[in-house]
Design a protein around this ligand. Structure first.
Ligand code: FRU
Length: 516
């Protein structure tokens, strides 16, 4: 039996989603069925398919009482939309089913673990939140909330922990035990990651604080994820109120990767390296899954709370996920590259080698908005280092997005000031790269309204949303001084499926209702 709020959301989706044309969406980046999307949730392998849920408010293009939207995929590139999975319909989650995770139980059920959020007004008039951790069980489509909810609440928070900032459980199984990490806050306002253990996923016991931020690397740490990769233990957190250090950690809602060694006895991560996960503007709350063939794949919200206010007026949905990325730890650093499955969608290839670039240059066949392009840049002569190198993408002369590399300071600047945004919000991002003598390798993955950069074979990634009209598809190169490039570009090819979801319903031709 589905409760009314979920039924209402599913009816709303079935009525309106078929009206949204697939042409309005990116080709291979997941967007919400309708309305608003934020964090990825419940990224999990269930009965041979990868399920992804997301923070979802179907009724508007701004955040509201969160539901869980739902989709699944076999190859991380083509997504099948599914109806909403959770709605905020219980006393303990009445203001939102907030972020969480999922796994397949030994008995074949799909388990969701999420934060129930309840807002209330204090006597002094201030609105506060109360957060608890909850479960739901399902079959890959329909989910029923556990009657014993919440499974983690006030009594499970260690002394001095907050019950207002107690959220985003990431669950996993190890041997006969289940574990979960949950974001929390101490009285000085700083984030801490709590760890819990359970024999059955229903009864949990606090076992220790995996990491604490002491107001370094942001304050409240949201959306933790903890896993072992290439012999290292890795903790992901999404800190609020992040302050930059040099050119690192520039997103106000940042994402940080702590790499080290897990001291199991003391439930403590011994840090060896701390780095940003993404250097762009639009990235937050990443979550990972372990694939059937042993890869650790991450997906992130390709937006950020700071910038998500600025969006085109028109549209039936808002928010997208990044391309799923394969992670590695190499020489103690996080490396990320698009999942290898993306290469299956490569179509026409155009390539050039040893092209000398100085004045602005277009190369025949190098253009487009749905593409996978790799560029290597090097000095024309070692003793004559170029001063700047620019790539302009999504350009029609008036609109464009530029990527500028300055070998003298080893910095990259991405400027999307002229990329279709209604306001001149934060549109320029500088970050430090690690090139070698003016040699830089850059992979650019574009999908209509986004551009993701992967530098030096995945040593750094940077994600950006662009609202530039689709006709702006030209790409050009320019250098101050002389540089030499090799470039290889593939169009990414997708058949447009008109209304792939909610079969049985077809949108009348040309109709586009607005969301109210
Ligand atoms: C992160 C976050 C989570 C929370 C969710 C609410 O973006 O703030 O901490 O669970 O979004 O939508």
């Amino acid at each position: 039996m589905k409760c009314d709020k979920l039924k209402q959301a599913r009816d709303f989706e079935a009525t309106y989603v078929p009206f949204i044309s697939e042409e309005a969406r990116p080709c291979f980046h997941l967007t919400p069925n309708i309305g608003w999307m934020n964090d990825p949730n419940g990224f999990s392998l269930y009965k041979g398919e990868y399920h992804l849920f997301y923070q979802y408010y179907p009724y508007d293009r701004i955040a509201g009482p969160m539901h869980w939207g739902h989709a699944k995929t076999r190859d991380f590139i083509r997504w099948e939309r599914l109806p909403a999975a959770l709605a905020p319909d219980q006393e303990y989650d009445k203001s939102g089913c907030w972020s969480g995770s999922a796994l397949e139980l030994p008995d074949g059920r799909h388990l969701l673990m999420y934060t129930g959020n309840k807002s209330y007004r204090r006597e002094d008039g201030k609105v506060r939140q109360h957060q608890v951790q909850c479960l739901a069980f399902g079959d890959g489509v329909d989910y029923v909330k556990y009657e014993g909810n919440p499974v983690l609440s006030d009594g499970d928070v260690p002394e001095n922990g907050s019950t207002m900032d107690f959220r985003d459980p990431k669950i996993w199984r190890e041997g006969d035990s289940f574990y979960a990490v949950v974001g929390n806050r101490t009285p000085d306002g700083s984030g801490t990651i709590l760890m819990y253990e359970s024999p059955d996923a229903l009864h949990w016991r606090f076992i220790g604080k995996l990491a604490s931020c002491h107001n370094q690397y942001g304050r409240m740490w949201e959306c933790p994820d903890f896993f072992n990769l290439d012999g290292k233990d890795v903790l992901f957190v999404s800190p609020q109120e992040m302050k930059p250090i040099g050119l690192e950690f520039h997103l106000g809602n940042g994402t940080v990767c702590l790499i080290g060694r897990y001291d199991r006895e003391n439930v403590h991560l011994i840090r060896e390296k701390v780095q940003a996960i993404d250097y762009g503007i639009d990235f937050y709350a990443p979550q990972t899954v372990l694939t059937e063939d042993g890869r650790r794949v991450m997906i992130g919200w390709m937006q950020n709370w700071e910038t998500s206010q600025s969006k085109p007026e028109e549209g039936q949905f808002f928010g997208a996920m990044t391309v799923p990325r394969e992670l590695r730890v190499v020489d103690g650093r996080l490396i990320q590259n698009p999942v290898r499955e993306l290469e299956k969608y490569r179509g026409t290839r155009v390539s050039y080698s040893d092209v000398v670039v100085s004045d602005e240059l277009n190369l025949s066949g190098i253009e487009g908005r749905v593409l996978d392009m790799t560029l290597t840049i090097r000095p024309w002569k070692a003793e004559a280092m170029y001063r700047y190198f620019w790539i302009k993408v999504a350009s029609n002369g008036e609109d464009y997005t530029s990527i500028r590399f300055k070998p003298g300071t080893d910095t990259v600047r991405v400027d999307r000031t002229h990329s279709g945004f209604p306001h001149d919000i934060l549109n320029v991002r500088d970050f430090q790269v690690h090139p070698d003598g003016g040699n830089l390798k850059l992979r650019i993955v574009m999908d209509r309204n986004s551009m993701e950069l992967f530098l030096n074979d995945g040593e750094q990634a940077a994600s950006f949303i662009l609202y530039t009209p689709q006709e702006a598809s030209s790409i050009s190169f320019r250098a101050e001084g002389m540089a030499v490039i090799d470039v290889e570009k593939y169009d990414l090819m997708f058949e447009i499926r008109k209304t792939e979801c909610f079969p049985g319903r077809r949108a009348p031709e040309g109709s586009t209702p607005t969301i109210v």
